[in-house]
Design a protein around this ligand. Structure first.
Ligand SMILES: [Zn+2]
Length: 390
């Protein structure tokens, strides 16, 4: 099977813009760029913008129970704590997710993945973290792995130590994570990464270090939810452990930025979260000045229901003043780095998977320009069209 995408008006290859070019694909991989080889199938991309598939490197896509009922409370200005007291928040999601059968969880998550695909995502990470007991965390990871084996796109499973269940001390929960959860996740190879919500009221730096060091023994690579509400040393820990990424980073100090840059930790920024919470955005330009590589992701979760990476790019451009090229780089090749997949996906380069988006606009500048419109015409994964607008 071979495919030629010819007459490409503008190509963003993951790093730079190339005008008037072509991509030749054989057996799902990119074989050559700029050469019009004979192919079984041809797509004419005249006046179109072509780019690598989006890599959504931070999602909580698996959960049960939508929280649309919180929207009016949020608009009224109720705090996270007040919403939790009225029966919303993470406690609601944990209850619903524990109740849900594997079939129900799978069906609901697959619907979200279909939405992600329609908007151009060809690789997605999915975290556990709404079970908060061994049985339900394992259930979530089993479903993520089933989806990984069946979905049209690449799925990357992560074990997340998200919060301590009601009525339990964090230290006791950390013991359960270390004695029960990680051994099973590790032995059954259910997760590539281990992530921790390092934050006041969740897990301390010490507790996070303990969990991530233990996970390393099973070959799981560290990731950290760091500095979302406070700067208490979590991104410092990410640098110390050479984590694949430190995520959120709304409150990160300059000293910590320096450490992240030196350690080569990717900073995954999630602008949809401050958008739905009406909060400040992370200082992406300062991070770039420190030489940190930034990635972008949706943070799709019941509190921030965003499946569209084009919208995340728009937020990065307008709210974080990131240039369109930098934002697209962050949403593709740098996001692939945050998942340690930069050798396979995230850019249009010879030898890589042919994960390619064709958009019905003449240039990359139209992605931030045409706000709120799905610009996708075709989504190609491993050389096959998996979504077409017509
Ligand atoms: Zn998250």
């Amino acid at each position: 099977m071979s495919l030629l995408i010819k007459n490409i008006g503008e190509l963003f290859d993951g790093y730079k813009i190339i005008k008037n070019t072509s991509i030749y694909i054989e057996n799902g991989k990119i074989k050559s760029i700029g050469k019009e080889e004979k192919a079984d199938e041809i797509i004419d991309a005249s006046n179109k913008f072509v780019m690598p598939g989006f890599v959504d490197c931070h999602t909580h896509a698996i959960f049960s129970g939508y929280r649309a009922f919180e929207i009016e409370w949020k608009i009224e200005g109720l705090s996270y704590k007040e919403i939790a007291e009225r029966g919303g928040g993470i406690t609601y999601t944990v209850e619903q997710t524990r109740k849900a059968s594997k079939e129900k969880l799978k069906k609901e998550t697959m619907e979200r993945i279909e939405e992600m695909i329609k908007h151009g995502t060809t690789t997605a990470e999915i975290k556990s973290g709404y079970g908060l007991d061994t049985e339900n965390e394992i259930k979530m990871l089993e479903v993520i792995n089933e989806i990984k084996n069946n979905a049209a796109i690449d799925i990357v499973p992560t074990f997340l130590a998200h919060a301590t269940p009601k009525g339990m001390e964090a230290d006791d929960f950390v013991d359960i994570v270390i004695e029960e959860m990680l051994p099973e996740v590790g032995e059954r190879k259910l997760a590539k990464f281990c992530d921790v919500f390092c934050e006041i009221g969740y897990f301390s730096v010490e507790q996070s270090r303990k969990i991530l060091m233990e996970a390393k023994k099973y070959g799981m690579l560290p990731k950290i939810h760091a500095d979302e509400f406070s700067c208490m040393g979590c991104s410092r820990l990410a640098a110390e452990l050479k984590a694949a990424s430190a995520d959120h980073l709304l409150m990160t100090s300059e000293k910590e930025m320096e450490l992240l840059a030196d350690a080569g930790v990717v900073a995954t920024l999630l602008p949809a979260t401050p958008f739905v919470l009406n909060e400040e955005y992370p200082d992406a330009n300062k991070m770039l000045r420190y030489g940190i590589e930034i990635a972008l992701a949706t943070d799709l979760n019941p509190n921030c229901y965003v499946t569209n990476m084009q919208f995340v790019v728009q937020l990065a451009c307008y709210k974080m003043r990131v240039k369109p090229i930098e934002a697209l780089k962050a949403a593709t090749i740098n996001a692939a780095k945050a998942l340690k997949m930069e050798k396979e996906v995230g850019s249009v380069e010879v030898g890589k998977k042919a994960d390619i988006l064709i958009m019905d606009v003449p240039s990359h500048l139209f992605i931030p320009y045409k706000v709120g419109v799905n610009l996708i015409e075709k989504v190609i994964k491993n050389g096959k069209v998996i979504y077409s607008q017509q």
